[in-house]
Design a protein around this ligand. Structure first.
Ligand SMILES: Cc1cc2nc3c(=O)[nH]c(=O)nc-3n(C[C@H](O)[C@H](O)[C@H](O)COP(=O)(O)OP(=O)(O)OC[C@H]3O[C@@H](n4cnc5c(N)ncnc54)[C@H](O)[C@@H]3O)c2cc1C
Length: 370
């Protein structure tokens, strides 16, 4: 006999944690199943910790809307609960004449997305704000910032538990079977294989979210849900580089990422990254041979950087729906009722700005389950 629960959330990254809290607030009984020994050990702790303003994404996309909404919710949450964050602002720099038109395009895009505090900067204005940076022009985004993602994750975990969500760590979801209006969820933990019945299943499984959808019976090729892994590495810089800028400094974006940027984390570490290249398997090692490429990218707008001061730091993997050379793909946040799976909610391709958008994503999913 299978035990019965209201809602099963699969995955305890920032999206699963925020979603579990949101649903538990509505007095539903929520269980979160996480294959790792605790929450937040995958993409949610392997990112830039940047609170994005919402500039880059097409108007009305979920990425644009949920980023702008999520940013405001996140600053408010950090403020009310002492979660470490700093609204330091950011400058996207045009390193040469060709890039100035991209900066202007980003300005227009950001305005369309409701980011109303952006300002275009001349070379002299960039120099006045950030004397150590070299640029032909720039785009100032005052509402961008950084946060301590570990602090946020543990806050969200505690908050969800306080509302009654139960966390089941070290438990991998290995099968999902439709059983009339419910789902039989099969799990594997250290005691073996068992299962339970859930009325609603919310798939927040990050890099495995396409496989989870497939387990449930969705044709992921037909639905366009197959994920591509896109790796991003970081290199750290020597401590002598601390406090050389007061803002985040970004180049104009690349096809698959926001570009290798300069960031001083809240703990003072100065970091360059992330790069963006597609990989077949999950491997978080940093290839030291990529050091020169980081150096060359950074040197275009950070003239003071020296090659010998870079050291491999960490890496993360983006769960991207957009394959190499393909066009923009939005987040998938879908109640699969029309596909014949009422009560199954898939969140797939939750790459950047997923950390920024997490609280807004959770509200969005909350409305689907109420
Ligand atoms: C290099 C990089 C830089 C980024 N920078 C930023 C940034 O600066 N700002 C920003 O807003 N966003 C950024 N992002 C995006 C952000 O990190 C992600 O959008 C966000 O962390 C996604 O959270 P998640 O909960 O969906 O995924 P995850 O954190 O990966 O959580 C998914 C969880 O599901 C669990 N799971 C998977 N399969 C199963 C299973 N079968 N059973 C049980 N559990 C399972 C996993 O163990 C994992 O804990 C960046 C991402 C990368 C890779």
């Amino acid at each position: 006999m299978f035990a019965e629960i209201d809602v099963a959330v699969i995955g305890a990254g920032v999206i699963g944690l925020a979603t579990a809290h949101e649903i538990a607030q509505g007095k539903k009984q929520v269980f979160v199943f996480e294959k790792n020994r605790t929450f937040g050990l995958e993409t949610s702790s392997r990112n830039s910790e940047v609170i994005h303003a919402g500039i880059y994404y097409p108007e009305d996309s979920l990425k644009a809307r949920l980023c702008v909404e999520g940013k405001n919710l996140l600053y408010d949450l950090c403020d009310r609960h002492n979660i470490a964050c700093r609204k330091c602002g950011k400058i996207i720099v045009a390193a040469d004449e060709n890039e100035t038109q991209w900066v202007e395009e980003l300005y227009k895009q950001g305005r369309k997305n409701g980011v109303n505090d952006l300002a275009l900067l001349s070379a002299a204005e960039v120099r006045r704000l950030e004397p150590n940076i070299e640029a032909r022009a720039g785009l100032l985004s005052p509402s961008s910032g950084i946060l301590d993602s570990h602090n946020l994750l543990s806050f969200l975990h505690n908050q969800a538990r306080e509302k009654g969500a139960e966390f089941v760590f070290g438990t991998e979801v290995i099968g999902i079977e439709r059983a009339s209006a419910k789902y039989k969820v099969h799990i594997r933990d250290r005691d073996g294989i068992s299962g339970f019945v859930a009325h609603v299943v919310v798939n927040c499984a990050g890099l495995n979210s396409d496989s989870i959808a497939e387990l449930a019976g969705i044709d992921i090729a037909k639905s366009g849900y197959r994920l591509h892994y896109c790796k991003g590495e970081y290199f750290s810089l020597d401590s002598k580089y601390r406090n050389l800028t007061s803002r985040l400094i970004y180049p104009v974006p690349e096809q698959a990422g926001h570009g290798i940027h300069w960031r001083q984390a809240l703990d003072g570490r100065v970091l360059l990254g992330p790069s963006a290249y597609y990989v077949e398997a999950i491997d978080y090692s940093v290839d030291e041979n990529h050091k020169r490429c980081f150096y060359t990218s950074a040197k275009r707008f950070l003239p003071f950087v020296e090659l010998e001061d870079l050291a491999p730091e960490s890496a993360g993997i983006r769960p991207k729906l957009q394959g190499p050379g393909e066009d923009f793909r939005d987040f998938v946040i879908a109640h699969e009722e029309k596909a014949g799976f009422p009560g199954l909610i898939n969140l797939i391709g939750i790459e950047s700005p997923g950390l920024t958008a997490a609280l807004a994503v959770a509200r969005f999913v909350g409305r689907m389950t109420s």
